[in-house]
Design a protein around this ligand. Structure first.
Ligand SMILES: [Zn+2]
Length: 493
Protein backbone atom coordinates (compact mmCIF):
# COMPACT_ATOMS: atom_id res chain seq x y z
CA UNK A 1 0.00 0.00 0.00
CA UNK A 2 2.88 2.35 0.70
CA UNK A 3 4.49 1.81 -2.70
CA UNK A 4 2.28 4.23 -4.68
CA UNK A 5 3.06 6.89 -2.10
CA UNK A 6 6.76 6.51 -2.76
CA UNK A 7 6.23 6.58 -6.50
CA UNK A 8 4.24 9.78 -6.07
CA UNK A 9 6.96 11.25 -3.86
CA UNK A 10 9.59 10.25 -6.42
CA UNK A 11 7.67 11.93 -9.24
CA UNK A 12 7.15 15.08 -7.21
CA UNK A 13 10.76 15.40 -6.19
CA UNK A 14 12.48 14.49 -9.45
CA UNK A 15 10.24 16.36 -11.82
CA UNK A 16 9.32 19.78 -10.52
CA UNK A 17 7.35 20.76 -13.60
CA UNK A 18 4.41 23.01 -13.12
CA UNK A 19 2.46 25.79 -14.63
CA UNK A 20 0.18 28.16 -12.82
CA UNK A 21 -2.83 29.83 -14.31
CA UNK A 22 -3.64 33.37 -13.38
CA UNK A 23 -6.29 34.93 -15.51
CA UNK A 24 -6.64 38.68 -15.41
CA UNK A 25 -9.54 40.90 -16.32
CA UNK A 26 -9.02 44.31 -17.76
CA UNK A 27 -11.26 47.33 -18.18
CA UNK A 28 -10.36 50.13 -20.55
CA UNK A 29 -11.79 53.57 -19.95
CA UNK A 30 -11.87 55.52 -23.20
CA UNK A 31 -10.65 58.98 -22.20
CA UNK A 32 -11.76 60.51 -25.48
CA UNK A 33 -15.34 59.86 -24.35
CA UNK A 34 -14.76 61.48 -20.96
CA UNK A 35 -12.57 64.47 -21.70
CA UNK A 36 -12.55 65.71 -18.11
CA UNK A 37 -9.18 65.77 -16.36
CA UNK A 38 -10.65 66.08 -12.84
CA UNK A 39 -12.77 62.99 -13.45
CA UNK A 40 -9.71 61.02 -14.58
CA UNK A 41 -7.94 62.00 -11.35
CA UNK A 42 -10.99 60.94 -9.31
CA UNK A 43 -11.06 57.53 -10.99
CA UNK A 44 -7.36 57.01 -10.31
CA UNK A 45 -7.76 58.17 -6.73
CA UNK A 46 -10.71 55.84 -6.18
CA UNK A 47 -8.72 52.80 -7.30
CA UNK A 48 -5.55 53.83 -5.44
CA UNK A 49 -7.53 54.39 -2.24
CA UNK A 50 -8.58 50.74 -2.28
CA UNK A 51 -4.92 50.10 -1.41
CA UNK A 52 -5.20 46.63 -2.88
CA UNK A 53 -2.11 45.19 -4.64
CA UNK A 54 -4.38 42.94 -6.67
CA UNK A 55 -5.57 45.84 -8.77
CA UNK A 56 -3.57 48.15 -10.99
CA UNK A 57 -4.64 51.35 -12.68
CA UNK A 58 -2.52 53.26 -15.15
CA UNK A 59 -2.96 55.86 -17.79
CA UNK A 60 -1.85 55.28 -21.36
CA UNK A 61 -1.16 58.50 -23.21
CA UNK A 62 -0.53 56.56 -26.41
CA UNK A 63 -3.97 54.95 -26.46
CA UNK A 64 -5.83 57.74 -24.58
CA UNK A 65 -7.16 55.29 -22.06
CA UNK A 66 -7.19 54.42 -18.43
CA UNK A 67 -6.41 50.75 -17.83
CA UNK A 68 -7.63 48.86 -14.78
CA UNK A 69 -6.37 45.30 -14.36
CA UNK A 70 -7.04 42.73 -11.68
CA UNK A 71 -7.11 39.00 -11.09
CA UNK A 72 -10.20 39.40 -8.89
CA UNK A 73 -13.35 39.80 -11.06
CA UNK A 74 -15.45 40.85 -8.04
CA UNK A 75 -13.08 43.72 -7.36
CA UNK A 76 -13.34 44.87 -10.96
CA UNK A 77 -17.16 44.72 -10.83
CA UNK A 78 -17.07 46.82 -7.66
CA UNK A 79 -14.80 49.43 -9.28
CA UNK A 80 -16.96 49.63 -12.40
CA UNK A 81 -20.09 49.93 -10.25
CA UNK A 82 -18.56 52.80 -8.29
CA UNK A 83 -17.36 54.50 -11.49
CA UNK A 84 -20.90 54.44 -12.83
CA UNK A 85 -22.80 55.34 -9.68
CA UNK A 86 -20.45 57.69 -7.82
CA UNK A 87 -18.62 59.35 -10.73
CA UNK A 88 -21.31 59.04 -13.43
CA UNK A 89 -18.93 57.51 -15.97
CA UNK A 90 -21.00 56.65 -19.05
CA UNK A 91 -21.15 52.86 -19.58
CA UNK A 92 -20.19 53.38 -23.26
CA UNK A 93 -16.74 54.60 -22.17
CA UNK A 94 -15.94 51.28 -20.49
CA UNK A 95 -14.79 48.10 -22.21
CA UNK A 96 -14.11 45.00 -20.15
CA UNK A 97 -12.41 41.84 -21.33
CA UNK A 98 -10.83 38.75 -19.95
CA UNK A 99 -7.20 38.38 -20.89
CA UNK A 100 -5.81 35.18 -22.39
CA UNK A 101 -4.21 32.62 -20.16
CA UNK A 102 -0.45 33.10 -19.87
CA UNK A 103 1.54 30.60 -17.85
CA UNK A 104 5.01 30.25 -16.44
CA UNK A 105 6.77 26.98 -17.18
CA UNK A 106 9.16 25.25 -14.88
CA UNK A 107 11.45 22.70 -16.44
CA UNK A 108 13.82 22.60 -13.49
CA UNK A 109 15.12 19.16 -12.57
CA UNK A 110 17.00 17.99 -9.54
CA UNK A 111 19.06 15.64 -11.63
CA UNK A 112 20.53 15.84 -15.11
CA UNK A 113 18.49 17.60 -17.71
CA UNK A 114 18.99 18.31 -21.33
CA UNK A 115 18.94 21.80 -22.75
CA UNK A 116 16.11 20.81 -25.05
CA UNK A 117 13.62 20.96 -22.19
CA UNK A 118 13.91 24.69 -21.84
CA UNK A 119 11.36 26.49 -23.98
CA UNK A 120 12.90 29.76 -25.12
CA UNK A 121 9.56 31.00 -26.46
CA UNK A 122 7.75 30.61 -23.11
CA UNK A 123 7.67 32.32 -19.74
CA UNK A 124 9.98 30.31 -17.54
CA UNK A 125 10.43 30.05 -13.80
CA UNK A 126 13.42 31.73 -12.20
CA UNK A 127 15.17 28.45 -11.47
CA UNK A 128 14.59 27.25 -15.04
CA UNK A 129 16.14 30.43 -16.44
CA UNK A 130 19.13 30.11 -14.10
CA UNK A 131 19.47 26.47 -15.05
CA UNK A 132 19.40 27.40 -18.71
CA UNK A 133 22.12 30.04 -18.29
CA UNK A 134 24.21 27.58 -16.36
CA UNK A 135 23.81 24.96 -19.09
CA UNK A 136 24.83 27.51 -21.72
CA UNK A 137 28.02 28.27 -19.81
CA UNK A 138 28.82 24.56 -19.66
CA UNK A 139 28.00 23.95 -23.34
CA UNK A 140 29.73 27.07 -24.69
CA UNK A 141 32.58 27.85 -22.25
CA UNK A 142 34.48 29.85 -24.87
CA UNK A 143 31.66 32.33 -25.15
CA UNK A 144 29.52 32.22 -22.01
CA UNK A 145 30.30 32.61 -18.32
CA UNK A 146 27.69 32.76 -15.58
CA UNK A 147 28.21 34.53 -12.28
CA UNK A 148 26.16 34.81 -9.16
CA UNK A 149 26.34 38.50 -8.43
CA UNK A 150 24.29 38.48 -5.23
CA UNK A 151 21.37 37.16 -3.27
CA UNK A 152 17.95 38.48 -2.41
CA UNK A 153 16.07 38.96 0.86
CA UNK A 154 14.42 35.55 0.97
CA UNK A 155 16.71 33.09 2.67
CA UNK A 156 17.63 29.84 1.06
CA UNK A 157 16.86 26.73 3.01
CA UNK A 158 17.72 23.18 2.08
CA UNK A 159 14.94 22.00 4.32
CA UNK A 160 12.27 23.59 2.17
CA UNK A 161 13.86 22.30 -0.99
CA UNK A 162 12.34 18.91 -0.29
CA UNK A 163 8.96 20.53 -0.27
CA UNK A 164 8.02 20.95 -3.92
CA UNK A 165 6.21 24.18 -3.25
CA UNK A 166 7.11 26.71 -5.90
CA UNK A 167 8.66 29.21 -3.46
CA UNK A 168 11.01 26.69 -2.01
CA UNK A 169 12.95 25.63 -5.06
CA UNK A 170 16.68 26.19 -5.10
CA UNK A 171 18.25 29.30 -6.60
CA UNK A 172 15.19 31.46 -5.99
CA UNK A 173 17.31 34.02 -4.28
CA UNK A 174 20.36 34.19 -6.51
CA UNK A 175 20.97 36.86 -9.11
CA UNK A 176 22.56 35.01 -11.99
CA UNK A 177 24.20 36.93 -14.79
CA UNK A 178 25.41 35.64 -18.15
CA UNK A 179 28.48 37.19 -19.67
CA UNK A 180 28.82 36.75 -23.42
CA UNK A 181 32.34 37.39 -24.59
CA UNK A 182 34.37 36.04 -27.44
CA UNK A 183 37.59 36.20 -25.46
CA UNK A 184 39.83 35.87 -28.49
CA UNK A 185 38.81 39.25 -29.83
CA UNK A 186 40.65 41.24 -27.12
CA UNK A 187 39.68 44.20 -24.98
CA UNK A 188 36.29 45.66 -25.72
CA UNK A 189 33.65 47.85 -24.13
CA UNK A 190 31.00 46.28 -21.92
CA UNK A 191 27.22 46.40 -22.27
CA UNK A 192 24.89 45.70 -19.35
CA UNK A 193 21.32 44.52 -19.92
CA UNK A 194 18.90 43.71 -17.12
CA UNK A 195 15.31 42.55 -17.04
CA UNK A 196 12.66 41.84 -14.47
CA UNK A 197 13.21 44.72 -12.03
CA UNK A 198 9.44 44.78 -11.77
CA UNK A 199 7.97 41.37 -11.00
CA UNK A 200 4.81 41.47 -13.10
CA UNK A 201 6.56 42.50 -16.32
CA UNK A 202 7.17 38.93 -17.43
CA UNK A 203 7.98 39.82 -21.04
CA UNK A 204 11.15 41.55 -19.86
CA UNK A 205 13.08 38.54 -18.46
CA UNK A 206 11.73 36.39 -21.30
CA UNK A 207 13.10 38.81 -23.90
CA UNK A 208 16.49 39.16 -22.18
CA UNK A 209 16.76 35.35 -22.04
CA UNK A 210 15.75 35.08 -25.70
CA UNK A 211 18.37 37.66 -26.66
CA UNK A 212 21.04 35.69 -24.81
CA UNK A 213 19.94 32.61 -26.75
CA UNK A 214 20.02 34.46 -30.07
CA UNK A 215 23.39 36.13 -29.48
CA UNK A 216 24.93 32.74 -28.76
CA UNK A 217 23.20 30.78 -31.52
CA UNK A 218 23.71 33.64 -34.00
CA UNK A 219 27.40 33.74 -33.15
CA UNK A 220 27.88 30.03 -33.80
CA UNK A 221 25.66 29.94 -36.88
CA UNK A 222 27.67 32.74 -38.43
CA UNK A 223 25.01 35.47 -38.40
CA UNK A 224 27.27 38.40 -39.39
CA UNK A 225 25.20 41.01 -37.57
CA UNK A 226 25.27 39.20 -34.22
CA UNK A 227 28.83 37.93 -34.65
CA UNK A 228 29.95 41.49 -35.11
CA UNK A 229 28.10 42.60 -31.95
CA UNK A 230 29.65 39.84 -29.85
CA UNK A 231 33.09 40.46 -31.34
CA UNK A 232 33.06 44.20 -30.67
CA UNK A 233 31.23 44.29 -27.31
CA UNK A 234 31.06 42.21 -24.16
CA UNK A 235 27.49 41.58 -23.01
CA UNK A 236 26.62 41.19 -19.34
CA UNK A 237 23.00 40.12 -19.12
CA UNK A 238 20.91 39.67 -15.99
CA UNK A 239 17.45 38.38 -17.00
CA UNK A 240 15.80 38.55 -13.56
CA UNK A 241 16.89 41.36 -11.26
CA UNK A 242 13.97 40.80 -8.88
CA UNK A 243 13.71 37.01 -8.46
CA UNK A 244 11.61 37.01 -5.26
CA UNK A 245 8.99 39.29 -6.75
CA UNK A 246 8.97 37.35 -10.02
CA UNK A 247 8.41 34.04 -8.22
CA UNK A 248 5.65 35.61 -6.11
CA UNK A 249 3.88 36.97 -9.20
CA UNK A 250 3.35 33.47 -10.59
CA UNK A 251 3.05 31.40 -7.43
CA UNK A 252 -0.32 29.96 -6.40
CA UNK A 253 -0.79 32.29 -3.47
CA UNK A 254 0.97 35.25 -5.06
CA UNK A 255 -0.31 38.31 -6.86
CA UNK A 256 0.02 38.40 -10.64
CA UNK A 257 0.31 42.19 -10.66
CA UNK A 258 3.07 42.31 -8.01
CA UNK A 259 5.70 44.94 -8.87
CA UNK A 260 8.11 45.29 -5.93
CA UNK A 261 10.61 42.92 -4.32
CA UNK A 262 9.60 40.84 -1.27
CA UNK A 263 11.56 42.60 1.47
CA UNK A 264 9.57 42.42 4.70
CA UNK A 265 11.62 44.91 6.69
CA UNK A 266 8.94 47.54 7.06
CA UNK A 267 7.12 49.08 10.00
CA UNK A 268 3.74 48.32 8.44
CA UNK A 269 2.24 45.08 7.19
CA UNK A 270 3.13 46.05 3.64
CA UNK A 271 5.80 44.16 1.76
CA UNK A 272 8.30 45.19 -0.82
CA UNK A 273 10.36 48.01 -2.26
CA UNK A 274 10.12 49.33 -5.81
CA UNK A 275 13.64 48.49 -6.96
CA UNK A 276 13.49 51.07 -9.71
CA UNK A 277 13.14 53.84 -7.11
CA UNK A 278 15.97 52.52 -4.92
CA UNK A 279 19.09 53.43 -6.96
CA UNK A 280 21.47 56.00 -5.53
CA UNK A 281 20.92 58.96 -7.81
CA UNK A 282 18.50 61.63 -6.60
CA UNK A 283 17.02 58.91 -4.40
CA UNK A 284 13.85 60.02 -2.58
CA UNK A 285 13.16 62.77 -5.08
CA UNK A 286 9.98 63.17 -7.08
CA UNK A 287 8.24 60.04 -8.34
CA UNK A 288 9.18 57.74 -5.46
CA UNK A 289 7.24 57.29 -2.24
CA UNK A 290 8.04 57.12 1.47
CA UNK A 291 4.82 55.18 2.01
CA UNK A 292 5.78 51.55 2.58
CA UNK A 293 2.47 50.44 1.10
CA UNK A 294 2.91 52.38 -2.12
CA UNK A 295 3.79 50.47 -5.27
CA UNK A 296 6.58 53.00 -5.80
CA UNK A 297 7.98 52.72 -2.24
CA UNK A 298 11.62 53.82 -2.53
CA UNK A 299 13.03 51.86 0.44
CA UNK A 300 14.64 53.06 3.69
CA UNK A 301 17.73 54.39 1.95
CA UNK A 302 19.38 54.33 -1.46
CA UNK A 303 20.54 50.79 -2.23
CA UNK A 304 18.83 49.46 0.89
CA UNK A 305 17.78 46.47 -1.21
CA UNK A 306 20.03 43.51 -1.82
CA UNK A 307 19.07 43.32 -5.49
CA UNK A 308 19.97 46.92 -6.34
CA UNK A 309 23.05 46.84 -4.08
CA UNK A 310 24.40 43.66 -5.70
CA UNK A 311 23.73 44.84 -9.24
CA UNK A 312 25.17 48.31 -8.69
CA UNK A 313 28.27 46.85 -6.96
CA UNK A 314 28.77 44.63 -9.97
CA UNK A 315 28.45 47.56 -12.38
CA UNK A 316 30.78 49.67 -10.21
CA UNK A 317 33.38 46.89 -10.24
CA UNK A 318 33.83 47.62 -13.96
CA UNK A 319 33.38 51.38 -13.74
CA UNK A 320 34.85 53.15 -16.76
CA UNK A 321 34.42 50.10 -18.99
CA UNK A 322 30.70 50.26 -19.75
CA UNK A 323 29.52 51.49 -23.11
CA UNK A 324 25.79 51.11 -22.54
CA UNK A 325 23.26 50.20 -19.91
CA UNK A 326 19.79 48.90 -20.76
CA UNK A 327 16.94 48.04 -18.40
CA UNK A 328 13.94 46.29 -19.95
CA UNK A 329 10.47 46.97 -18.58
CA UNK A 330 6.90 46.61 -19.74
CA UNK A 331 4.88 48.21 -21.20
CA UNK A 332 4.58 51.28 -23.44
CA UNK A 333 6.92 51.04 -26.48
CA UNK A 334 9.25 53.68 -25.12
CA UNK A 335 13.01 54.22 -25.29
CA UNK A 336 13.81 56.38 -22.29
CA UNK A 337 17.05 58.01 -21.20
CA UNK A 338 18.14 60.22 -18.26
CA UNK A 339 17.11 62.20 -16.42
CA UNK A 340 14.32 60.59 -14.47
CA UNK A 341 14.24 62.89 -11.40
CA UNK A 342 13.52 66.03 -13.40
CA UNK A 343 12.09 67.13 -16.71
CA UNK A 344 15.32 69.04 -17.42
CA UNK A 345 17.57 67.62 -20.17
CA UNK A 346 20.85 65.88 -19.27
CA UNK A 347 24.13 67.30 -20.72
CA UNK A 348 24.26 64.52 -23.34
CA UNK A 349 20.61 64.83 -24.31
CA UNK A 350 21.26 65.10 -28.08
CA UNK A 351 23.64 62.13 -28.14
CA UNK A 352 21.19 60.01 -26.16
CA UNK A 353 18.30 61.01 -28.36
CA UNK A 354 20.16 60.35 -31.59
CA UNK A 355 21.27 56.85 -30.47
CA UNK A 356 17.75 56.09 -29.19
CA UNK A 357 16.33 57.05 -32.57
CA UNK A 358 18.64 54.62 -34.34
CA UNK A 359 17.56 51.92 -31.87
CA UNK A 360 13.92 52.74 -32.61
CA UNK A 361 14.58 52.67 -36.37
CA UNK A 362 16.21 49.25 -36.12
CA UNK A 363 13.27 47.95 -34.05
CA UNK A 364 10.74 49.36 -36.53
CA UNK A 365 12.52 47.84 -39.54
CA UNK A 366 11.66 44.31 -38.34
CA UNK A 367 7.89 44.32 -37.66
CA UNK A 368 6.98 47.98 -38.08
CA UNK A 369 6.54 48.44 -34.31
CA UNK A 370 7.03 52.07 -33.37
CA UNK A 371 8.79 53.13 -30.18
CA UNK A 372 8.67 56.67 -28.82
CA UNK A 373 11.99 58.20 -27.80
CA UNK A 374 12.64 60.69 -24.99
CA UNK A 375 13.96 61.51 -21.52
CA UNK A 376 12.05 59.81 -18.67
CA UNK A 377 11.18 63.01 -16.84
CA UNK A 378 10.12 64.74 -20.05
CA UNK A 379 7.90 62.21 -21.79
CA UNK A 380 6.77 59.83 -19.03
CA UNK A 381 6.82 61.00 -15.43
CA UNK A 382 9.41 61.78 -12.78
CA UNK A 383 10.85 58.61 -11.31
CA UNK A 384 13.75 59.43 -8.98
CA UNK A 385 16.10 56.63 -8.00
CA UNK A 386 15.78 54.74 -11.28
CA UNK A 387 18.56 52.60 -12.67
CA UNK A 388 19.26 54.19 -16.06
CA UNK A 389 19.90 57.62 -14.50
CA UNK A 390 22.15 56.09 -11.84
CA UNK A 391 24.16 54.26 -14.53
CA UNK A 392 24.60 57.53 -16.42
CA UNK A 393 25.63 59.28 -13.19
CA UNK A 394 28.51 56.84 -12.63
CA UNK A 395 29.86 57.40 -16.13
CA UNK A 396 28.06 54.96 -18.44
CA UNK A 397 27.91 57.13 -21.58
CA UNK A 398 24.69 55.66 -23.00
CA UNK A 399 21.96 54.53 -20.65
CA UNK A 400 18.34 53.54 -21.34
CA UNK A 401 15.14 52.13 -19.92
CA UNK A 402 13.01 50.38 -22.51
CA UNK A 403 9.28 49.86 -22.11
CA UNK A 404 8.50 46.84 -24.31
CA UNK A 405 5.41 46.32 -26.57
CA UNK A 406 2.23 48.03 -25.49
CA UNK A 407 -0.69 45.60 -25.56
CA UNK A 408 -2.54 47.51 -22.80
CA UNK A 409 -1.49 44.99 -20.18
CA UNK A 410 1.32 43.18 -18.37
CA UNK A 411 -0.20 39.91 -19.60
CA UNK A 412 1.63 39.68 -22.91
CA UNK A 413 1.05 36.49 -24.95
CA UNK A 414 4.14 34.32 -25.35
CA UNK A 415 4.13 34.72 -29.14
CA UNK A 416 5.31 38.31 -28.59
CA UNK A 417 8.58 37.19 -26.93
CA UNK A 418 10.48 36.11 -30.03
CA UNK A 419 9.49 39.02 -32.33
CA UNK A 420 10.37 41.47 -29.55
CA UNK A 421 13.81 39.91 -29.09
CA UNK A 422 14.36 39.99 -32.88
CA UNK A 423 13.36 43.64 -33.02
CA UNK A 424 15.64 44.60 -30.16
CA UNK A 425 18.66 42.81 -31.60
CA UNK A 426 18.24 44.55 -34.94
CA UNK A 427 17.73 47.76 -32.96
CA UNK A 428 21.02 47.20 -31.13
CA UNK A 429 22.85 46.50 -34.40
CA UNK A 430 21.79 49.89 -35.79
CA UNK A 431 22.29 51.63 -32.43
CA UNK A 432 25.93 50.52 -32.11
CA UNK A 433 26.61 51.33 -35.76
CA UNK A 434 25.34 54.85 -35.31
CA UNK A 435 27.37 55.47 -32.14
CA UNK A 436 30.50 54.06 -33.83
CA UNK A 437 29.98 56.60 -36.62
CA UNK A 438 28.84 59.62 -34.61
CA UNK A 439 30.84 59.16 -31.41
CA UNK A 440 33.95 57.12 -32.37
CA UNK A 441 35.95 58.47 -29.41
CA UNK A 442 33.80 56.67 -26.87
CA UNK A 443 34.71 53.21 -28.23
CA UNK A 444 38.45 53.99 -28.33
CA UNK A 445 38.43 55.43 -24.82
CA UNK A 446 36.59 52.44 -23.38
CA UNK A 447 38.95 49.97 -25.06
CA UNK A 448 41.86 51.90 -23.53
CA UNK A 449 40.21 51.75 -20.09
CA UNK A 450 39.56 48.01 -20.39
CA UNK A 451 43.12 47.32 -21.58
CA UNK A 452 44.54 49.32 -18.67
CA UNK A 453 42.55 47.35 -16.12
CA UNK A 454 43.33 43.90 -17.56
CA UNK A 455 46.68 43.01 -15.93
CA UNK A 456 45.73 44.04 -12.41
CA UNK A 457 42.05 43.36 -12.14
CA UNK A 458 40.91 40.32 -10.23
CA UNK A 459 37.42 39.06 -10.64
CA UNK A 460 35.65 38.88 -7.29
CA UNK A 461 32.60 37.20 -8.67
CA UNK A 462 32.33 33.49 -8.47
CA UNK A 463 31.47 31.70 -11.64
CA UNK A 464 28.76 29.09 -11.78
CA UNK A 465 31.38 26.33 -11.79
CA UNK A 466 32.46 27.12 -8.28
CA UNK A 467 29.28 28.24 -6.58
CA UNK A 468 26.15 27.61 -8.55
CA UNK A 469 27.16 24.04 -9.27
CA UNK A 470 27.92 23.39 -5.61
CA UNK A 471 24.32 24.34 -4.87
CA UNK A 472 23.24 21.91 -7.52
CA UNK A 473 25.42 19.21 -5.99
CA UNK A 474 23.62 19.82 -2.69
CA UNK A 475 20.29 19.34 -4.41
CA UNK A 476 21.56 16.16 -6.06
CA UNK A 477 22.71 14.86 -2.68
CA UNK A 478 19.21 15.39 -1.34
CA UNK A 479 17.83 13.55 -4.34
CA UNK A 480 20.14 10.61 -3.63
CA UNK A 481 19.14 10.65 0.02
CA UNK A 482 15.48 10.49 -0.98
CA UNK A 483 16.16 7.60 -3.36
CA UNK A 484 17.87 5.70 -0.53
CA UNK A 485 14.95 6.45 1.82
CA UNK A 486 12.53 5.18 -0.79
CA UNK A 487 14.51 1.99 -1.38
CA UNK A 488 14.55 1.44 2.37
CA UNK A 489 10.79 1.98 2.39
CA UNK A 490 10.21 -0.42 -0.49
CA UNK A 491 12.36 -3.13 1.09
CA UNK A 492 10.74 -2.92 4.53
CA UNK A 493 7.10 -2.49 3.54
ZN1 LIG B 1 8.83 48.34 -14.88
Amino acid sequence: MRLPLYILLYLLVTSVTYSVTKRLELTLVDLKKINDESLVKKMMYMVHSLDNPKVDIRRSKRTHSLIIETEDPRLLSLIIHRFKTELNIPPGALTTRQLPEVKVKNTYRLHKRSLGEFDITAYNSHESVNDYLDELSISYPDLVTTKIIGYTHQNRSIKILINTHIDSAMYVNSLLLAQINNQKSGAKPKVFIDGGQHAREWISPAVVTHMIHQLISGYYKGDDRLRSLVTKYEFHMLPILNPDGYVYSYSDHGIRLWRKNMNNVTTTNCTGVDLNRNWDFHWAGRGGSRDECSIVYQGQSAFSEKETKATSDYILSYQGQWHSYFSFHSFGQLILFPYSHTAAPNPDYEKHRSAAKSLAAGIKSVNNRRYTVGAVGMILYEASGSSESWAYSIGVPYSYTLELPDLFTFVVPTDVIEPTANELLQGLVEYFQLIEEEDPKVYKQLVANVTESLPTREDNYQTSDSLYSSERRNSQNIFLLLCLTMMWGIIYY
